[in-house]
Design a protein around this ligand. Structure first.
Ligand code: ACO
Length: 389
């Protein structure tokens, strides 16, 4: 055992540790900036589509029109789910399993139907990634329909990725505005540095496992309320508050009892998360157009931001600000997505980040194998079971 003098430093939560180099995304956490392959996130969210962003992350450049058309067609072609996978989704929905558990299981099961299972060349990894990416919304829509005793709606090839997703959920073609809102949500969640789920999937691929396993690791890790599950928690927090005039009282009580404001704070952003800023503006438009619950949630969120940030600033904690999960519940609600589905949509989008990262890592892989510092006793005497006190 190391003596006290030579005790190695333990980096709890691996904070501040770089594990690899990447060209996929860059977060400037001090200046509210996020880039995918060098493009500011705002430009992509405003002008792009999810398919274009997926191409960008897989090929590290924006596509030409003919390339994007082909890419979109390949994705549309891969949307259908095997009957057996649909049956598993149906069974789990009937057991009232959490939607994230259903997505995790369905993606894992899908591997058995992949025509290239066991082949791990770069080309087959890209094709597998595209298949998982294309099928994920079908899994979510299927469980949504089954859990409401509604019929499964097969995918359409003539619709864009998010348009088809909304169509499969609700059985009608979304409006242009709804499609844009969902595209923005998908674009903003696509990739985000070495976050917990990205790291989990990277650890898996670093053992030269396979793309499906890497995605399953990512899904399992994203589920937690400190990561992807925060949007669902933020929604329930807004509902618990109930109305903007209850915010002050709620904040005082919450902070006094050491509760966290869900959807605020971030390990890397010490300024406003640029994705939250973009969503906040879009939510303003949504509140005006939709009224009702989205408007109420928006008003509570705005008031809570104002009050909580003032409290944090008084404690010298200007670094705790809204993250993306704070403002997505409003948009999700407007699109008719129930809270327990929020993280599944994050998942459907982030599959591109996990798989792009896995493929990038496989170009120069190294087994991820950190150390843990043993702090227990050594050379203990083994006592037979009948002699133990
Ligand atoms: N509300 C109140 N206090 C907070 C919050 C918050 N949302 N976030 C951090 N703090 C405080 C903590 O209480 C702690 O205070 P202390 O030092 O007095 O004990 C301090 O800030 C540091 O908190 P840590 O948890 O150590 O900081 P970390 O870097 O691990 O925080 C995290 C990141 C986990 C996201 C945290 O901010 C949090 O729990 N936020 C709420 C959950 C959330 O929104 N998660 C989504 C993150 S974004 C994403 O994954 C997509």
């Amino acid at each position: 055992m190391a003596s006290q003098a030579e005790k190695p430093k333990v980096y709890k939560g691996l904070e501040g540790i770089y594990v690899t180099e990447t060209r996929l995304s860059y977060i400037d956490g001090l200046h509210s900036k996020l880039y995918y392959v060098g493009y500011p996130i705002e430009a992509l969210a405003k002008n792009s589509t999810y398919e274009e962003v997926a191409f960008l992350l897989y090929f590290l450049r924006l596509p030409r029109k003919d390339e994007l058309d082909l890419f979109k067609a390949l994705m549309a072609e891969a949307r259908e789910l095997p009957e057996d996978v649909l049956n598993v989704v149906k069974k789990m929905a009937s057991l009232k399993a959490h939607p994230m558990d259903i997505v995790r299981t369905a993606v894992s099961y899908l591997a058995a139907y992949d025509p290239e299972v066991g082949v791990n060349t770069p080309e087959s990894n890209l094709r597998k990634s595209l298949r998982i990416l294309s099928k994920a919304p079908s899994i979510i829509a299927a469980m949504y329909r089954f859990s409401r005793n509604l019929d499964y709606i097969p995918p359409r090839k003539d619709l864009s990725h998010v348009e088809n997703f909304l169509y499969m959920l609700h059985g009608k073609r979304p409006t242009e505005f709804e499609t844009k809102v969902m595209d923005v949500i998908f674009i903003l969640h696509a990739e985000h540095g070495m976050n917990a789920s990205a790291f989990a999937s990277l650890v898996t691929i670093s053992t030269l496992s396979d793309i499906y396993s890497a995605v399953v690791s990512g899904i399992a890790t994203l589920k937690g309320p400190l990561h992807g599950g925060a949007a669902e928690a933020a929604y329930h927090q807004f509902k618990e508050i109930g109305s903007p005039d209850k915010v002050e009282e709620w904040v005082q009580k919450a902070l006094a009892s050491k509760r966290r404001v869900m959807g605020m704070g971030h390990r890397v952003y010490k300024s406003y998360d640029p994705r939250a800023k973009f969503m906040r503006e879009l939510d303003g438009e949504i509140a005006k157009i939709y009224g009702g619950e989205p408007k109420l949630l928006y008003e509570i969120a705005i008031k809570l931001e104002e009050v909580a940030l003032k409290e944090f600033a008084e404690k010298g904690r200007m670094d705790i600000q809204p993250n993306i999960d704070y403002y997505t519940p409003i948009a999700y609600t407007a699109l008719g997505i129930p809270p327990e589905y929020f993280t599944t949509i994050f998942t459907a989008s982030r599959i591109v980040g996990w798989t792009a990262k896995a493929m990038e890592y496989l170009k120069d892989p190294r087994l991820i194998r950190p150390l843990d510092l043993y702090v227990g006793e050594l050379d203990k005497e083994y006592v037979p079971i009948d002699k133990r006190g």
